[in-house]
Write a protein that binds this ligand. Structure first.
Ligand code: NAD
Length: 360
C-alpha cells in the first residue's frame, strides 16, 4: 500500500514524539511492504510564529488530501498571552471542525507492568481494557450560546443534538464494540435532559441493527463513579461531547501516565475511500517543562500510529504488531522517566523508539 500522511509536529515535545512515530511507520513499511510518504505542515504556536495564524489554509488543504493526519502536540508558555486573538489550541479545535472529525476514540488499556503507576488500587484496575468514544462536533460546545456581556447577569450554552449526529457516532461505537467484546455502554442524563432523551431513543434504534452487541445505558453521574469503581467491566463507552470530555480525562487516569495514551479523531467516509480520514495524536500536551531534553515518552504517539494503521489504512495486522512491540518493550523492563520505577532501565525518546522499531 502507498499512503500519504500529513505530519503536524506542533510545539514543545511534539516534534520529538512524532519523529519516533515516523520511525515506527518506516519500519512497518519495510516489514510489511508499504510506502508511507510524509507531508509536514504547520499548526499551533509554530504556525503563529511562521505564518501568523495557528491553522494556515494550506495545512487544512493538505490534511483534506491526505490518507491520515499525525499530530504531536501544540501550545506552550510563549503563546500564553491573555490578550492574543489567536492561540495554538485554537488551531486544534479548528482542524477538527475543518475535517469534520465527529468522534474521538481513546482506548484505555492498562499495561500490567504499569499497574503501580496509577493512583487507583490494583485490585480495581486489573483487566481494564476499554475504548471511550466521545462525540466531538455537537452538544453544548457548538450549540447556540449567549455570553453574559458587560453587565454579567445571564449567560447560556445549549446542548443541541440532531438525530444524524447521534446516529453516526453510535454506529461507529457499535462497530467498534463488534470488533472487541461486544458490549456498548451509552452515557446520558436522560432523567433530566431533553437532548439526552433523544440520545437514548436514537441509540436504542441504531442498536437494533446490532443484536450481537449488548447495550447498557448509564447516567453520567453514576458513570463518573462506576469508571473508577469497576473499570474492568466496560468495553466500549459512547458519550456526547461534554460528558465525553470529562469522562475521557477521568478514564485516562486509570492507565497511570498521560505519556501512554493514544487517541484518534475520525470523520465520515470520503468519496473514493472506504475508511474515514482520521487525526491521530497522543492525549498529552506539548510538555514545555521537558521539551528539547530528549526524555519525552513517545509511546502514546507510537500507539496513535497503531490506531492510524487500523482505522484510516485498514492495516490491522500491522497495528497489532506495533501494539505488541510496545507491550514487549515494557515487559522487558524498559521505561522512559515518566513511567520508571525502581529496577527499570530508563531510556530517552530516541532509544525507546529504536527498541520498539527493533521489535517490529
Ligand atoms: P502536558 O500534557 O503538556 O504536561 C503535563 C505533565 O505531563 C508535564 O509534567 C509533562 O512533562 C508530562 N508529560 C506530558 N506528556 C509527556 C510525555 N510524552 N512524556 C513524559 N512526560 C510527559 O499538559 P500541560 O502542561 O497542562 O500543557 C502544556 C501545553 O500543552 C499547554 O500549552 C497546553 O495548552 C497544551 N496542550 C496541548 C494539547 C494538544 O496539543 N492536544 C493537549 C493538552 C495540553
Amino acid at each position: 500500500m502507498q499512503a500519504r500522511i500529513v505530519v503536524l509536529a506542533g510545539d514543545g515535545i511534539g516534534p520529538e514524539v512524532t519523529n519516533e512515530a515516523k520511525k515506527i511507520l518506516d519500519v512497518v513499511g519495510q516489514r510489511f511492504g508499504h510506502a508511507f510518504a510524509y507531508d509536514h505542515h504547520l499548526m499551533g504556536g509554530c504556525a503563529i510564529d511562521q505564518k501568523g495564524t495557528s491553522l494556515p489554509d494550506e495545512t487544512v488543504a493538505a490534511c483534506l488530501q491526505a490518507d491520515a493526519v499525525l499530530l504531536g502536540a501544540v501550545g506552550g508558555p510563549k503563546w500564553d498571552i491573555p490578550t492574543a486573538v489567536d492561540r495554538p489550541e485554537r488551531g486544534l479545535l479548528a482542524i477538527r471542525k475543518a475535517l469534520n472529525l465527529f468522534a474521538n476514540l481513546r482506548p484505555v488499556k492498562l499495561q500490567p507492568e504499569l499497574i503501580h503507576a496509577s493512583t487507583i488500587k490494583e485490585s480495581v484496575l486489573e483487566g481494564t481494557d476499554m475504548l471511550v468514544i466521545r462525540e466531538l462536533t455537537g452538544g453544548a460546545y457548538f450549540g447556540p450560546r449567549q455570553e453574559a456581556g458587560d453587565a454579567g447577569y445571564e449567560a447560556y450554552d445549549t446542548m443541541l443534538y440532531t438525530r444524524p449526529e447521534i446516529e453516526r457516532v453510535v454506529r461507529l461505537a457499535a462497530e467498534a464494540a463488534r470488533a472487541r467484546r461486544r458490549k456498548l455502554t451509552s452515557v446520558d442524563k436522560a432523567n433530566v435532559l431533553a437532548s439526552s432523551r433523544l440520545w437514548r431513543r436514537v441509540t436504542v434504534e441504531v442498536m437494533q441493527e446490532y443484536p450481537d452487541v449488548t447495550l447498557e445505558h448509564v447516567l453520567v453521574d453514576a458513570m463518573a463513579m462506576h469508571l473508577i469503581r469497576r473499570p474492568a467491566t466496560f468495553d466500549v463507552i459512547v458519550a456526547e461531547n461534554l460528558f465525553g470530555d470529562i469522562l475521557t480525562d477521568e478514564a485516562s487516569m486509570l492507565a497511570g501516565s498521560m505519556g501512554m495514551l493514544p487517541s484518534a479523531s475520525l470523520g465520515d467516509l470520503r468519496n473514493g475511500h472506504n475508511l474515514p480520514l482520521g487525526l491521530y495524536e497522543p492525549i498529552h500536551g506539548s510538555a514545555p517543562d521537558i521539551a528539547g531534553q530528549g526524555i519525552a515518552n513517545p509511546l502514546a504517539t507510537i500507539l496513535s500510529v497503531a490506531m492510524l494503521l487500523r482505522h484510516s489504512l485498514g492495516l490491522e495486522t500491522e497495528a497489532a504488531a506495533v501494539e505488541r512491540a510496545v507491550d514487549d518493550v515494557l515487559a522487558a523492563g524498559v521505561r522512559t522517566g515518566d513511567i520508571a520505577d525502581a529496577g527499570s532501565e530508563v531510556v530517552g525518546a530516541t532509544m525507546m523508539g529504536d527498541l520498539v522499531a527493533a521489535r517490529i
